[in-house]
Design a protein around this ligand. Structure first.
Ligand code: FE2
Length: 141
């Protein structure tokens, strides 16, 4: 699999400041997860594990709200498809089995991290770039 270390790079930017700033926070959450995995999840406390999943859920919801609000404001033509991608990822993180995470963090946390990695890598580099381009065009007018 592609070795993706949640390192932010210029290519990830979509050019809309608020979106880029929020994406960087999602990357930071990914790095925090990687750190827990590298340190051996069995050493993590249940609170640390729950905190990171809660942060991911809350921040993702907040971030999607921000993007969807911008889509409405600028009448973005791809809104429906973009919202479907958001809903799909949201459903994934809502369905994280917390008791299982507490019992077997070394199995569950890498899956959560991979899901976040897949989402960020695929979505940020495609759909969010497209949204960024559209907003920048509208903002110029
Ligand atoms: Fe998005």
């Amino acid at each position: 699999m592609f070795d993706f270390k949640f390192d932010w790079c210029k290519e990830m930017e979509c050019g809309v400041q608020i979106i880029d700033a929020q994406h960087k926070i999602l990357f930071r959450i990914g790095r925090d997860m990687e750190q827990l995995i590298v340190n051996g999840c069995h050493n993590a406390t249940t609170k640390e594990l729950l905190d990171i999943v809660c942060e991911l859920r809350e921040y993702t919801s907040y971030h999607f709200y921000t993007e969807e609000d911008l889509m409405a404001k600028y009448n973005y033509p791809q809104t429906d498809a973009h919202k479907v991608s958001h809903a799909r990822f949201k459903a994934k993180i809502v369905s994280i089995d917390l008791p299982m995470l507490g019992k077997h963090p070394e199995q569950v946390l890498p899956h959560i991290k991979d899901d976040l990695q897949d989402f960020l890598f695929n979505h940020v580099l495609t759909e969010d770039q497209e949204l960024g381009r559209y907003i920048k065009t509208c903002a110029k007018d």
